[in-house]
Design a binder for this molecule. Structure first.
Ligand code: 3UK
Length: 513
């Protein structure tokens, strides 16, 4: 069942996530740890207000868009909530993209202001002249080139007092771009109440984030997953957020954990896999969270064996804001995405939108009040995805008798082999448990009769060599653990798998190889 937030008619998320902490006496509490710097909630509030006033000084008004192209530093929440407090709408842009992607994001959104991290000047510069709507560029965390203004000048003389704009719970609040496997990315328009809904559901009832927690998300703030983990969950309760602007490698992540001793750590399965290959400890961490793609049971098993800390896998999406089905620390089924988070409803349906029986595979629909309002300027995609109260996730799932949900692939990833469904994910989960395999991906390929069969791309761990013998062993291994028809008919050894900027496997690219 849904939950009532009971928000007042006039509601601004910056007031809820920032000002409330100061009002409730947490002004001196550390809000952010980043490298050797630390900021209190009082300092964050002053920064939010100065940035909000700076934006107003540039002529930004309610509903104008402000694009954020920022690394994870203490500036992020201040710019994000600074924009929101004035009623403007921040757009959290992925910082790993190419120039032409930024051209698209900035023209599609018609952002008037860009807050640009100095580290990203070079990737932005090539498209500067082709922008149709952008009026101001503010460079943070470094020197501004002559075509931009420096952050210092932007906030110079700005007051640290600012009244929140008279927005309501259903006003636009922030956008996140969601990249599908086909077509241009879609701007998901989130409302002022969406983050609060995630806090009251996943944040409080699954994560159980406490005031004395320190949250460290290796997934960046521009990612819907990272935004909750590193920003609105800790800020909802006056906890501390740990930021690392560097690329999340096993080494940089272990180092940040050792330095700041977070209590909750958020990662993605690929990172957990590489952390298992590297030296390092988890001192102080009480819970790990995984999302973005299914966490293979074998990675979980090896993680718990080594670190004695659980990983709670949960599925979220950009459109739904955060996690809506999840394992929790006291209820974990390896290989499962867990149970429906209180506050959400789930339905697994067939192609006619009829619910399927327990144990049967279908498409996952979700209902819950953190779902974005619509896709910006994408009316047809909006209609296809948002079905009244429900959203079509395009994920294939089944649930067991106990109400645990199991991911079996994207709606378009499933393979029919000999007339029977084969989940590439199931074959991958089997292969990954083999000691020689570091990473693998299975896609459909056609045989001489033009029938689809599974084909595996495999990255071996150091010390193992590809070849006929390894091929044979891996095929036998799958045959031994799964139904015969599921074994990969071909094995291709590769040095690495193609991944999107956010670390998701590009299956479509492998299908074409
Ligand atoms: C897949 C998973 C199996 C699934 C996200 C947590 O990943 C996030 O958002 P995206 O929009 O992608 C959504 C799609 O990714 N997926 C995500 N998590 C899992 N599949 N098991 C999982 N645990 O296909 C989903 O539809 O990039 C994750 C919080 C917020 C998020 N936006």
């Amino acid at each position: 069942m849904g939950i009532e937030l009971g928000l007042p008619e006039q509601f601004n998320a910056a007031d809820y996530f920032v000002d409330r902490n100061v009002r409730e006496g947490r002004g001196d509490k550390v809000a952010i740890l980043c490298e050797d710097r630390s900021l209190t909630y009082g300092q964050v509030q002053a920064g939010v207000n100065r940035i909000g006033n700076g934006l107003k000084g540039l002529g930004v008004r309610m509903e104008d868009r402000v694009a954020l192209m920022l690394l994870d530093t203490e500036v992020y929440p201040q710019a994000f909530f600074g924009a929101i407090k004035t009623g403007a709408v921040p757009i959290c842009l992925n910082t790993l993209m190419r120039p032409k992607d930024y051209l698209y994001f900035l023209n599609d959104s018609r952002a008037r202001v860009l807050m640009l991290d100095a580290a990203l000047i070079d990737v932005f510069d090539p498209i500067r002249k082709d922008l149709r709507f952008l009026e101001h560029i503010v460079v943070v965390n470094g020197q501004a080139p002559e075509w931009a203004q420096s952050f210092d000048r932007f906030v110079e003389g700005r007051s640290s007092q600012l009244e929140a704009a008279p927005t309501g719970p259903d006003d636009s609040c922030f956008w996140l771009y969601s990249s599908g496997s086909t077509g241009a990315p879609k701007g998901a328009v989130h409302l002022q109440h969406d983050m609060v809904y995630c806090v009251e559901t996943y944040g409080k009832q699954v994560l159980g984030v406490r005031e004395d927690d320190k949250c460290f998300s290796a997934a960046k703030l521009f990612f819907a997953y990272g935004l909750g983990n590193g920003l609105y969950f800790p800020f909802s309760i006056g906890a501390t957020a740990v930021y690392m602007p560097a690329r999340p490698t096993a080494a940089s992540v272990y180092e940040t954990i050792a330095r700041h001793r977070p209590t909750i750590f958020f990662g993605v399965p690929t990172l957990y896999a590489s952390m298992l290959q590297a030296e390092g400890g988890l001192d102080g961490v009480r819970l790990c969270v995984s999302a973005g793609e299914a966490l293979p049971a074998d990675i979980l098993r090896r993680w718990v064996e080594r670190h004695h800390v659980q990983i709670a896998d949960g599925i979220g999406s950009t459109e739904i804001s955060h996690i809506f089905i999840s394992n929790s620390i006291d209820s974990i089924k390896p290989g499962s995405s867990g149970k429906v988070v209180p506050g959400y409803e789930a339905k697994i349906v067939d192609e006619n939108f009829n619910e399927v029986a327990v144990g049967e595979i279908g498409t996952l629909l979700i209902k819950g009040d953190s779902i974005c309002a619509f896709y910006w300027n994408k009316h047809e995609k909006t209609k296809a995805t948002f079905l009244g109260d429900w959203i079509n996730t395009d994920d294939k799932y089944y649930k067991d008798e106990e109400g645990f949900y199991y991911y079996v692939g994207r709606a378009n990833d499933m393979l029919k082999v000999g007339g029977i469904w084969v989940s590439p994910v199931e074959v991958e989960n089997c292969l990954i448990a083999h000691p020689a395999i570091f990473e693998c991906a299975v896609v459909g390929a056609t045989d001489k009769d033009n029938l689809v069969k599974p084909r595996a791309f495999i990255v071996l761990k150091p010390g193992y060599s590809p070849g006929e013998e390894m091929e044979k062993e891996l095929k036998e291994y799958v045959k031994k653990h799964l139904a015969h028809y599921k074994f990969p008919r071909w094995i291709v050894f590769v040095d690495e798998l193609p991944k999107t900027a956010t670390g998701k496997l590009k299956r479509f690219e492998l299908r074409e190889r």
